[in-house]
Ligand binder design. Structure first.
Ligand SMILES: C[S@@+](CC[C@H](N)C(=O)[O-])C[C@H]1O[C@@H](n2cnc3c(N)ncnc32)[C@H](O)[C@@H]1O
Length: 196
């Protein structure tokens, strides 16, 4: 999966990594920033995605599609696809460009809109990466967990750098008997939940 990543994907990943770094340094407004996961977190979620059971793969919070590319590497290896949700028009345009330039349009379906309008209608979720506004994490968690297949994974970013804001959702997940959960101290902190 990590060896021989096609050149167009590597080039777009590097371009987005540079954009994200500039965003964080040049005073770009928060909503306009890419706010991507770091590369190490990308590799981590790709490894988890490659080991998820059969079922639907989803992502909540696409931005320009950087994290989607990492998950899509796992999907390609398995012959699966991923659906990713993005609410902001400008980000949708960037993500469309990412998926077109990398030739990943057959592996990735981008839905422009509020993920919360769709989540409860997605059955058999095998893998979900949650990386959106922190205010919707609890609602996303409650919508996704009932629809996870046994062994299905829900990964949520920012479990450490936004721990106070996310505390209700994190505490709920860590005590929730429907899942085995832990917080992995990688990047901004990854909550990993596996449906029992
Ligand atoms: C932290 S960024 C995602 C970064 C991306 N996962 C990556 O690492 O490349 C969060 C994104 O979630 C989007 N978002 C926030 N609330 C959303 C919602 N309710 N439905 C869909 N997307 C949402 C934001 O517009 C923003 O682009």
């Amino acid at each position: 999966m990590f060896h021989n990543i096609p050149r167009p994907i590597l080039d777009r990943m590097h371009y987005l990594e540079q954009q994200d770094t500039h965003d964080r340094q040049d005073g770009t407004l928060r909503l306009q920033r890419l706010r991507q996961i770091p590369p190490g977190t990308g590799q981590f979620i790709a490894l988890l995605a490659a080991n998820a059971p059969a079922g639907n793969y989803i992502e909540i919070g696409t931005s320009a599609g950087y994290s989607t590319l990492w998950i899509a590497l796992a999907c390609q290896a398995l012959g699966r696809t991923i659906t990713t949700f993005e609410i902001l028009e400008e980000k949708v345009t960037l993500a469309q460009e990412t998926f077109r330039l990398t030739g990943m349009e057959n592996t990735i379906t981008l839905i422009a809109g509020n993920a919360l309008d769709y989540l409860s209608q997605i059955p058999g979720i095998a893998f979900c990466f949650l990386d959106a506004e922190k205010e919707i994490y609890s609602d996303c968690y409650e919508a996704v967990v009932p629809n996870l297949v046994p062994g299905g994974l829900l990964i949520a970013d920012n479990a450490i750098n936004h721990r106070p804001t996310l505390a209700p959702m994190l505490d709920r997940a860590l005590a929730d008997e429907r899942v085995d959960a832990m917080i992995v101290p990688l990047g901004k902190g990854e909550l990993v939940c596996r449906k029992v």
